[in-house]
Design a protein around this ligand. Structure first.
Ligand SMILES: Nc1ncnc2c1ncn2[C@@H]1O[C@H](COP(=O)(O)OP(=O)(O)OP(=O)(O)O)[C@@H](O)[C@H]1O
Length: 432
């Protein structure tokens, strides 16, 4: 079902259009200002936005600019008055899908809406924080994105380092070139040279064909080295040599090749400590760390908690084919009060699970939120809650298996956990 956001300060006209769209089988939400529109877009997935050109607090051109900045791809149809053609042209240049002259003819509007592909459902894949700490982080991203210096992203697990790495790439002049992420923890030491620099056929036993390494694949673009603290010492040495000499040599090749790569690295480890303990090379650290961006904990971004929960609820609804209608009051205050030690990842998984447990058309209740950690006070009540959470987790897993016809790979994906974690939990709950 298509969900349409109507941004119109003429209440009568807005209701008329809304009622008519509902009769055509669509869902609508009406707002009267650009400020409310931004809030609605950040928290919910819309199929289409129908916006009046002039609103009391701003005009729709600024909304289009904001959407472009957020990479929000929801198609927008602008409604203009007679004599506003120039603005309509600007709107199209800013990415509006089309414009309609007022008074709007319902059949023409319907034709336009039907013409929009379901795939354009327009959900932004990322929420952009509005809290002071998140804003500061985005300001830094903006600052360094085009500077082509190497960036080290530091932050606890689940704070969104991979998201920021991608954002830096997208905002840089390399955006049309490859973005290549690599989890350094998965690069085996004896294959590291071949992984990074590639090899020629026959370079070693088992090299049955030529292979391009990550340096070649990422050439011209961005190489994202995730979990950099997991690189073995030997791998650090070969990487450092290539970075210093600005050239690399594939295994079995006699030639060396220059490369043009922007490096973004991430870690949740204390690298200074690793250096002091001789586990991480200081010279490599400096090469990778021409600029540091620290990602805030979710607990430090209190204003983002509820909008982010709404965002994940809509995402889960869309992906799981569910219709949870927001959170009830107690659920909202529990979401706000919780410390979120697992940060954004934990929030995403908690909300996803709660949506699975919530009957369609109902609000998510506090009881469906299975937080991973309790503010342990050692009392029986705390232990009871922990027990409830285990029951909720079990129920969640059973629902996910039901939903996917017992396909464990799909169920793990739905739950936002790895397959091995799912197997572990199946064993724990005797669900095998
Ligand atoms: N701004 C955001 N909007 C929506 N989802 C987000 C956002 N930031 C992170 N996520 C989601 O949260 C999860 C964790 O993010 P990510 O993998 O980037 O964290 P991380 O800091 O790299 O974690 P780790 O250090 O454990 O690898 C992912 O599922 C990601 O899609």
């Amino acid at each position: 079902m298509k969900t349409i956001l109507i941004i119109e300060d003429d209440i009568v006209f807005s209701r008329t259009i809304s009622n008519w769209l509902v009769k055509q089988g669509m869902k609508t939400q009406c707002v009267t200002t650009i400020t409310d529109a931004r809030r609605a877009i950040a928290g919910r997935a819309f199929s289409l936005i129908l916006a009046d050109m002039r609103l009391p607090d701003d005009n729709s051109l600024s909304l289009l600019e904001w959407m472009r900045e957020k990479r929000c791809m929801v198609p927008v149809i602008i409604m203009t008055n007679y004599g506003e053609v120039e603005n309509a042209v600007r709107a199209i240049k800013l990415g509006a899908a089309d414009y309609l002259r007022k008074p709007v003819q319902p059949d023409i509007l319907l034709e336009l809406i039907i013409g929009i592909k379901e795939g354009d459902s327009g959900k932004t894949s990322f929420y952009r924080g509005e809290s002071a700490k998140a804003q500061e982080m985005y300001r830094q991203i903006e600052l360094i994105a085009c500077a082509d210096i190497s960036v080290l992203l530091r932050g606890a697990s689940g704070t969104g380092k991979e998201h920021v790495a991608h954002e830096i790439h997208e905002r840089s002049h390399r955006r049309n070139k490859p973005y290549v992420p690599v989890d350094c923890g998965t690069v085996p030491e004896d294959l590291a040279a071949s992984e990074f620099f590639g090899h020629l056929k026959g370079a070693f036993t088992g090299a049955e064909s030529d292979k391009a390494g990550l340096f070649r694949t990422a050439d011209g673009g961005t190489l994202f080295l995730d979990e950099i603290g997991n690189l073995s010492y030997r791998t650090q040495v070969i990487l450092l040599r290539a970075l210093q000499e600005k050239r690399y040599r594939p295994l079995g090749d006699t030639r060396e090749y220059p490369f043009d790569i922007r490096l973004v690295a991430a870690t949740n480890e204390n690298l200074e400590k690793a250096i002091a303990e001789g586990r991480f090379r200081e010279d490599l650290f400096h090469r990778l760390n021409e600029f540091t961006i620290r990602l805030p904990l979710l607990a430090e971004c209190r204003e983002d908690i509820l909008p982010l929960a709404d965002f994940f609820l809509e995402e889960a609804n869309a992906e799981l084919g569910k219709r949870a209608e927001g959170f009830d009051r107690e659920a909202r205050s529990r979401l706000e009060a919780y410390q979120w030690p697992g940060n954004i990842r934990e929030m995403k998984n908690t909300v996803r699970c709660a949506v699975l447990l919530t009957p369609d058309g109902k609000r998510v209740a506090a009881g469906s939120l299975a937080f991973s950690v309790r503010e342990a006070d050692g009392t029986g009540a705390a232990r009871m809650l922990a027990l409830n959470d285990a029951q909720k987790e079990k129920e969640c897993i059973m629902r996910a298996l039901e939903q996917t016809g017992s396909n464990r790979k799909e169920a793990a994906k739905l739950l936002g956990i790895s397959r091995s974690t799912l197997y572990e939990k199946l064993r724990k709950y005797g669900l095998q």
